[in-house]
Design a protein around this ligand. Structure first.
Ligand code: ATP
Length: 370
């Protein structure tokens, strides 16, 4: 029995999560899978009602789960950043989910690329360090002192910056930090995931020719971990990677990236698949509670209209079951999605006329029939 916390969230979140749960229901009817689900009211409605974002009580429930299935958050009535930082980033940070997993693959004719060679790439992105540390500030008038305090599960890091410029301009800065231990635990996960999924080569992205300190350490650790695990490494600069993803995505199997480049490249990856609505992701702490979600946001423009593509959420369920040690069920879900797409049962974002329910029903029906 797996304990799963369900957070439908805002906008199209509840609609697509309900289709993901339909898939779990179908599998529970036909296989030995069993889940105990706890739904949490986290998102904009509660925030607007009570001012609460992620509470300690929510967290005390989340840490007892085997996994979290998350829809999306975001609401036009709430200024951008409040819900994202207060809920999504808070869960990732408090549960120290240091790996972001985002597979992308071609889905027949729906790929946006002219090149019709099929591709299937697993992106693994470091999720806690690099330029997204929140370590920044402004030196007004070109001088001053900015003390920085960075708190992570692995460490507390204090830095004290003093600036004195030759003019009185304002200077803004954002520091990228990587710790050896932070890279090591990420690289270890990349190696184990490569072995588990039969990848012999990992492509590692960085910009080590310009950010030599930051990505010099990154490369050292990756070389060491690849050697220990007998995995082939290929280093690619992020600018070349952006081109290669368009030119020959079929070359890549597993791509490991630092936080910021991963953020950008995985959106590019989602787009070449055909629609943002097809992408799923996992936020993983291999020693803690992972969270699985569709990549898209709350899409308020189409919320409540039964036209959201639920495939990202359905594939998030696939990632969750794979992570929980059931790759066979994950494969069945992917087969069900393939079957549904091949039959042309697709939502308007892919040029179809099917509804959110119909896509979910089709995948669930497939699972009941195999
Ligand atoms: P948020 O602020 O929550 O991120 P957003 O609208 O800025 O919301 P997304 O929700 O990711 O960002 O949506 C971007 C665009 O993609 C929107 O036009 C939306 O309708 C479309 N979109 C996103 N997800 C889906 C989906 N599952 N099915 C169909 N269209 C989608």
């Amino acid at each position: 029995m797996f304990k799963v916390a369900v957070i439908p969230g805002d906008g199209i979140g509840p609609e697509v999560v309900s289709e993901g749960l339909k898939i779990l229901d179908a599998l529970e009817e036909t296989t030995s899978l069993r889940t105990r689900r706890t739904q949490l009211d986290v998102g904009s409605s509660r925030f607007l009602r009570s001012g609460e974002l992620l509470t300690e009580e929510d967290l005390s429930i989340l840490i007892k789960q085997d996994a979290i299935f998350f829809g999306s958050i975001g609401d036009p009535r709430v200024p951008t950043g409040i819900l994202e930082k207060g809920i999504l980033l808070a869960i990732r940070t408090r549960l120290d989910q240091f790996v972001n997993l985002r597979p992308i693959r071609s889905w027949g004719d729906y790929s946006r690329l002219k090149n019709d060679k099929p591709f299937n790439i697993t992106f693994l992105r470091e999720n806690t360090e690099d330029f997204y540390m929140g370590a920044g500030g402004i030196f007004e008038g070109g001088k001053g002192r900015v003390p920085l305090k960075i708190k992570r599960a692995l460490y507390d890091l204090e830095m004290d910056l003093n600036a004195l410029s030759s003019n009185q301009d304002d200077y803004a800065f954002e520091i990228g930090v990587l710790s050896r231990k932070g890279i090591e635990r990420f690289a270890d996960y990349v190696m184990s995931h490569a072995k588990r999924t039969g990848q012999e080569r990992v492509t590692v992205v960085d910009k080590a020719n310009v950010c030599t300190n930051l990505y010099g350490l990154w490369r050292d650790v990756f070389r060491d971990r690849a050697k220990r695990n007998s995995i082939d490494l290929e280093f690619v600069f992020v600018d070349s990677m952006a081109m290669a993803l368009i030119r020959n995505p079929e070359h890549f199997g597993m791509i490991a990236t630092p936080n910021m480049f991963g953020d950008i490249l995985t959106d590019l990856g989602a787009e070449i698949q055909g629609s943002l609505g097809l992408s799923a992701s996992g936020n993983i702490n291999p020693f803690g509670v992972p969270m699985f979600e569709p990549v898209h946001g709350s899409a308020p423009d189409i919320a409540g209209r039964n036209r959201a593509n639920p495939i990202g959420a359905i594939l998030a369920v696939k990632l969750m079951l794979e992570h929980l040690g059931m790759p066979n069920l994950g494969n069945m879900i992917e087969d069900g999605v393939e079957h549904t797409i091949e039959k042309g049962i697709v939502t308007p974002d892919l040029g179809g006329t099917s509804t959110t329910f119909e896509v979910g029903d089709s995948v669930a029906e497939f699972l009941r029939s195999v």
